[in-house]
Design a binder for this molecule. Structure first.
Ligand SMILES: N[C@](CCCC[B-](O)(O)O)(CCN1CCCCC1)C(=O)O
Ligand SMILES: [Mn+2]
Ligand SMILES: [Mn+2]
Ligand SMILES: [Mn+2]
Length: 305
């Protein structure tokens, strides 16, 4: 595996300070060395520098819209560079609004993508449905062709074009979906495996059916967008929006081992690690180490040895 790492220390898609430190914490836990140790060729492209955006007043309910738009434009270009260098892209967040730039940049270089969104949340609110105005709860609505008419003109977003079809998205881990998001998921017929399905089917069947869905027509490169809050707070408590009843550590690792086996993983996001949301060092360590282990699973580590 040839891996390109981008750090995106960005937090303005939500209100809690600290999530911008996720990238460096994941590096400090040995990600690069461990990937090399399992035979990967790794290039660390370093952290993006996000300039302050002055007078970034809310637009409607949207918070920090100009900063989010600019950050994602920058990230999109960086992802395109990693892809043009022939690497699988690893984006270390930062909050989940960064998926806008990560997926847009990926799509710019690889066109049709399958998107696997592992998250407690659907992150598909539009600027008009969002209950909080936090753009980390909205990224998919900016990316999906079928929702294009629901996205107003927003400063610093003019660079962005929708690039993903609803049929090419699969969710795993949902357990905190807003009513408006649920309507959108049903209306667009998006494939979802909530925690109910994980319990009913078991993770092996969920992954089997996820792959059946993704490969039902043409096999496309996979973009895995992994929100650490998909995992149970007992595993990854240091995150901004924890929700009880999440994926076990083993289920998370199974997902990444299985996606690795497809040979189609082309980009992966690991987002929402927030050290300030951990109450003890152990909570931070558990969250960060789990993020590292998920990435090792993406790039060939298997538990059998
Ligand atoms: N759906 C929420 C949470 C988004 C989480 C973003 B992620 O997945 O990147 O962490 C709002 C959640 N909801 C608001 C009302 C009270 C219950 C929680 C939103 O703010 O849109
Ligand atoms: Mn989430
Ligand atoms: Mn998310
Ligand atoms: Mn979050």
């Amino acid at each position: 595996h040839s891996v390109g790492i981008i750090g995106a220390p960005f937090s303005k898609g939500q209100q809690r300070d600290g999530v911008q430190r996720g990238a460096d914490l994941i590096r400090a836990a040995g990600l690069v060395q461990k990937l090399k140790g399992q035979g990967c060729v790794v290039k660390d492209y370093g952290n993006l520098t996000f300039e302050e955006v002055p007078n970034d007043e809310p637009i409607g309910r949207l918070k920090s819209p100009r900063a989010v738009g600019r950050a994602n434009e920058l990230l999109s270009g960086a992802v395109q560079k990693v892809k043009s260098d022939g690497n699988t892209c690893v984006m270390l967040g930062g909050d989940h609004s960064l998926a806008i730039g990560s997926i847009a940049g990926h799509a710019a270089s690889r066109h049709e993508l399958s998107v696997l969104w592992v998250d407690a949340h659907a992150d598909i609110n539009t600027p008009l449905t969002t209950p909080t105005g936090n753009i980390h709860g909205q990224p998919l609505s900016y990316l999906i062709h079928e929702l294009h008419s629901k996205i107003p003109i927003i400063p610093n977003f003019s660079w962005l074009k929708p690039c993903v079809a609803a049929k090419d998205i699969v969710y795993i881990g949902l357990r905190d979906v807003d009513p408006e998001e649920h309507y959108i998921l049903k209306y667009l017929g998006i494939k979802t495996f909530s925690m109910t399905e994980v319990d009913r089917l078991g993770i092996a069947k969920v992954m089997e059916q996820t792959c059946d869905h993704m490969f039902s027509k043409v096999k496309k490169p996979i973009h895995l967008s992994f929100d650490i809050d998909a995992l149970d707070p007992s595993v990854s408590p240091a995150t901004g929006t924890p929700v009880a009843g999440g994926l076990t550590y083993r289920e998370g690792i199974y997902i990444t081992e299985h996606i690795c086996q497809t040979g189609l993983l082309s980009a992966v996001d690991i987002v929402e690690v927030n050290p300030k949301q951990g109450t003890t060092e152990d909570e931070i360590t558990s969250t960060v180490n789990t993020a590292v282990d998920l990435l090792l699973g993406c790039f060939g580590r298997v538990r059998e040895g």
